[in-house]
Design a binder for this molecule. Structure first.
Ligand SMILES: [Zn+2]
Length: 285
């Protein structure tokens, strides 16, 4: 079966297994994954005649990454925005474009991907979500990720994983949210307003989520996220759940973690809620 017919995680596993064999044969560490070697070697691994031959930084206003072919469709190039400063984001962008190459290149000859496209991890048939899922599984295979994250969840353990896989802290948190049974919400904010947010499935089911798309949502006044004198709280501190979720039980506390990114001028807040909390407006209990 061709990788383009597989679900994104399976296509990523296929490439990962093939590269794992390569590493076994040639030595070297399994992580972080060498995206350039994988991207340029994928065609040979699968016997394709249109390899990725070029991976380079370019000036792409409003885009983070691009995958494009030549007129005769005999080769492809991956380009990433040269103003992307963090190596983790560059690696994720390359892996996302490799995902389009593996899964979608028969449908289009060019893919231009925005910052929003890099954080659209959900949505079944959307090709951007598929490329993100592919990138996430390629860079952070689930079995290995789970075994690394089986202790306390905080910005130290998540940061350790970000280093292990060579990805951003944001991508690491999204990975954890994608499978955890915990009720947890990531909020990315700027100047007191939510830029975007993402919830684990369990959190969504209990009403703990924010609809940030086409919506202006202020960070709650008493939230740690707004306390300018505290730049970070890596291990988390107790906050009344009601501060963030007005319909939550009045006596419930959540764990709020905070980190401020000077580089991107934004605050990451990770909210970890108690297992039995209910945040719906009209509680069913
Ligand atoms: Zn894309």
């Amino acid at each position: 079966m061709e990788p383009s017919e597989l679900a994104p995680p399976k296509a990523a596993n296929l490439l990962h297994r093939a590269s794992g064999l390569f590493h076994q044969a040639h030595g070297g560490n399994r992580f972080p994954v060498d995206i350039d070697v994988m991207a340029k070697g994928a065609a040979e691994l699968f016997g394709w005649k249109d390899p990725i031959t070029t991976i380079e930084p370019v000036n792409l206003p409003n885009f983070e990454g691009m995958l494009a072919t030549n007129d005769s469709k005999s080769k492809w190039m991956i380009a990433y925005n040269e103003s992307l400063l963090s190596p983790g984001r560059i690696r994720f962008t390359k892996a996302h474009e490799l995902g389009h190459y593996m899964l979608h290149r028969e449908k289009q000859s060019e893919f231009r991907c925005s910052k929003e496209d890099m954080f659209t991890w959900e949505g079944g048939k959307n090709i951007e979500a598929e490329a993100d899922k592919f990138a996430s599984h390629l860079l952070m295979p689930l079995d290995d990720f789970r075994s690394q994250m089986n202790g306390d969840i905080n910005f130290d353990s998540l940061g350790y994983c970000a280093d292990r896989y060579g990805v951003s802290l944001t991508a690491t948190i999204l990975k954890w949210l994608s499978y955890t049974d915990e009720k947890a919400v990531l909020v990315v904010s700027k100047d007191g307003f939510m830029d975007w947010a993402s919830s684990s499935n369990a959190a969504k089911k209990s009403g703990a989520y924010f609809k940030t798309k086409n919506n202006v949502i202020e960070i709650p006044e008493k939230a740690l996220a707004l306390q300018d004198n505290i730049k970070e709280e890596r291990l988390g501190t107790k906050t009344a759940a009601k501060i963030w979720f007005p319909h939550a039980d009045s006596d419930a506390d959540l764990k709020e973690l905070k980190i401020f990114s000077e580089q991107y001028d934004c605050t990451l807040s990770l909210l970890i809620l108690p297992k039995h909390i209910d945040c719906w407006e009209n509680s069913r209990y």
